[in-house]
Design a protein around this ligand. Sequence first.
Ligand code: UD1
Length: 337
Amino acid sequence: MAVLITGGTGYIGSHTIVELLGAGQDIVAMDNFSNSKPAVLDRIREITGKKIRFYRVDMLDKPGMEAVFRENNIDSCIHFAALKAVGESVARPLLYYKNNVTGTINLLELIAEYGVKRFVFSSSATVYGKPPSVPIREDFPLSPVNPYGQTKLMIEQILADLSASDSGMSVVILRYFNPVGAHKSGRLGEDPRGIPSNLMPYITQVAGGKLPYLPVYGNDYNTHDGTGVRDYIHILDLAGAHLSALDYTERVRGVEYFNIGTGRGYSVFDIIRAYEKTTGKRIPYQIAPRRPGDVDECYADPGKANRLLGWRAKYDIEDMCRDADRWQSMYPQGFED
Ligand code: UD1
């Protein structure tokens, strides 16, 4: 019996595969390489010594996806594949709705047809929009502020309806906070296209001399030092949460939602300081205007995941900076090398 991983060569998918292989799971992965490279598969093999079955297929290609189900004995699925650039989703909403929502419906039709009952979905804290307070609990209001976030919420709703229609299904929805860091080997990490839009990959490229300085988007937020506060979580902790979620789907039916964060908020200045301290590298920065759509503070109450999944983040902010920097230093061109 195998776990199907969609988006298996992406940043979160690839680290999760390494984690699952380490736990002895049998993996079938797919990806269309729209935002990842085939070299990721070599790195997974180098790290784990194991080869996985892999299909290059797009979620909008339903016959192509059906072959994956036909040729393998799949009994659970972790669904990562999605477009995820916030700005692009505002500029090209239909692309996002079609790819993320229609692609997921194609997948879910096959899940139903082939009798797969265990499903883990990669959602995001972005579904909370601007939270009324922090820390954020799972029962907080949901109001995403861009098409990317809307697609995550729509898929959550589709999954809730699907699980209500089939009492044999078990669905776990993981709402990630801000994943950062890289595999300890330095061989696997985040490889954004072009200039990074997220904080940590931007910082690693400044540290590596690829970019001259970090623009700090606003220093007049209502936070301890005026810069935006987020809940950064080590990618290895996040990968571990998927193993716990998969285990949970074996025990419990229905649909359940979990925040996956550390429960600690760090500002942009906190991150710059932690990065400089752990790596000894200087991160020059300049204060820039606020980025539209950004909130003051966003961090999780991960208590529910701690209790029901038995999962807890182990790595601290210094591990996150050190590991992100190791990956950047070893592979400054990402998976191009
Ligand atoms: C962003 C997305 C969110 C997505 C998440 C994970 C937006 C508005 N939100 O979250 O939907 O789920 O990534 O991929 O894009 N910052 C700087 N300078 C930079 C980059 C970021 O100061 O060059 C600041 C931001 O203003 C923010 C913090 O760093 O306060 C974190 O930003 P980022 O890493 O982009 O994550 P989010 O905005 O939390």
